[in-house]
Design a protein. Structure first.
Length: 316
C-alpha cells in the first residue's frame, strides 16, 4: 500500500507551477465575488488563505472550491428579494426584515474549515508535494481517505447551500418539518424540507463530484496508473448522495437545535426568539446556523471516510 510520498524534483516543480496558476485563479474569483457583494473583505481574505492550502495539497481541489463558490454565490442571489421577504434574523428588535448580507470570515470558516483540515492531512501524507493522486484505496489509501473527507465535507456544504437557497423560492407549497413530515411549516424554517430543496442538494453534491473528476482528468496523469487504478467515475454519484445526506443532517440539527419562529404581523419566518408577535415553530435556541453547518460538514465527512472505501471494495 503506497502512501504517495517522496515525489521526484521534476514532479515537485511541475506541481508548484500548477499552484501558481491556482493562486491566480482563486484570487481573481474571490475578488470578483467581492465586487458582486457576495463576500466581505475579511471573507475574501479568509477564503483565499483556505483555498491556498486546500488547492496546494491537490490542484484538483481548485475545481471543487471554484464549483462550490460559484454555485453557492449564484444560488444565494437567485430571487434574493423574495427570500428577504420570507425570512428575518429576528430577535427582540424585529422592525426590519433580513437585509442582503455578504458572507463574512465566520461563514467562510464554518463552510471550509473541515476541508482545510483534511487538506493538511493530505499535504502531510504526500510530503508537501502538491501531488495530484487519483482515488485509489489499494495503492494510495490515506491520500484517498483525506481526499474523500475533503470532497464530501464540501459536498455537504454545497448541497445544503443549494437546498436552502433554492428550495425556499422554488417550492410552491410550504415545506415539511423533517422531524414531523406530516407538518407543514413556513418557508425558511430550520429543518424544513421540500422536493425542490432535496433535488437541489443532490445537484450540489453532483457538482462537487463532477468538478473533482474533471480536475483529475486535467491534472492527474492517468497513464501512469492505467494498469491498476480504481474507477474514478463513482465519485460523482457518491458525492451526489452525500450532498443529500449532508443536507438531511443539517436539517435534523436545524429542526432540533436551532430556533425557528414566525412573525404573525410581518408574515415571515424568524431565526431568533423575541418579539411580541413571534410564535415558536420548532427547535431550541442552542446552535447558530454557522455551528450547524460545521457540525453537519464534519459528520458527513466522517460517515464518508468509513463507508466510501467499503463501497469501492464491494461494488467498484
Amino acid at each position: 500500500m503506497k502512501s504517495g510520498k517522496a515525489p521526484g524534483n521534476d514532479e515537485i516543480s511541475a506541481d508548484l507551477l500548477k499552484m501558481e496558476i491556482n493562486d491566480v485563479v482563486n484570487l481573481n474569483q474571490l475578488l470578483e465575488e467581492y465586487r458582486r457583494g457576495s463576500f466581505t473583505l475579511d471573507g475574501v481574505v479568509t477564503g483565499f488563505l483556505l483555498c491556498l492550502i486546500i488547492t496546494y495539497s491537490n490542484i484538483s481541489f481548485m475545481f471543487v472550491m471554484l464549483a462550490f463558490t460559484l454555485s453557492g454565490s449564484y444560488a444565494t442571489k437567485y430571487k434574493s428579494d423574495i427570500k428577504r421577504l420570507k425570512i428575518s434574523e429576528g430577535g427582540k428588535d424585529q422592525t426590519t426584515k433580513t437585509k442582503k448580507v455578504a458572507r463574512n470570515y465566520i461563514q467562510v470558516l464554518c463552510n471550509g474549515s473541515i476541508a482545510f483540515l483534511y487538506s493538511l492531512f493530505y499535504c502531510y501524507e504526500t510530503n508537501l508535494s502538491g501531488k495530484t493522486l487519483p482515488i485509489d484505496f489499494h495503492n494510495y489509501y490515506w491520500p484517498s481517505i483525506y481526499s474523500i473527507g475533503l470532497l464530501f465535507s464540501i459536498a455537504c456544504c454545497c448541497g445544503d447551500t443549494l437546498a436552502s437557497e433554492l428550495g425556499t423560492v422554488l417550492c410552491r407549497t410550504n415545506p415539511r418539518l423533517i422531524t414531523n413530515l406530516f407538518r407543514r411549516v413556513p418557508a425558511g424554517t430550520n429543518g424544513g424540507i421540500s422536493l425542490e430543496g432535496t433535488l437541489a442538494s443532490i445537484f450540489g453534491g453532483f457538482i462537487v463530484g463532477l468538478s473533482f473528476y474533471l480536475g483529475n482528468l486535467v491534472f492527474c496523469d492517468m497513464r501512469q496508473y492505467a494498469d491498476h487504478i480504481e474507477p474514478q467515475w463513482p465519485i460523482i454519484p457518491l458525492c451526489a448522495v452525500f450532498g443529500l445526506l449532508g443536507s438531511m443532517i443539517d436539517s435534523l440539527l436545524g429542526a432540533t437545535l436551532q430556533y425557528s419562529g414566525y412573525d404573525n404581523e410581518r408574515k415571515c419566518s424568524v431565526l431568533r426568539p423575541g418579539g411580541a408577535n413571534v410564535q415558536k415553530i420548532s427547535g431550541r435556541n442552542i446552535l447558530s446556523n454557522n455551528q450547524v453547518n460545521i457540525i453537519a460538514s464534519f459528520l458527513t465527512s466522517i460517515v464518508a471516510v468509513f463507508t466510501v472505501p467499503l463501497l469501492y471494495k464491494h461494488f467498484f
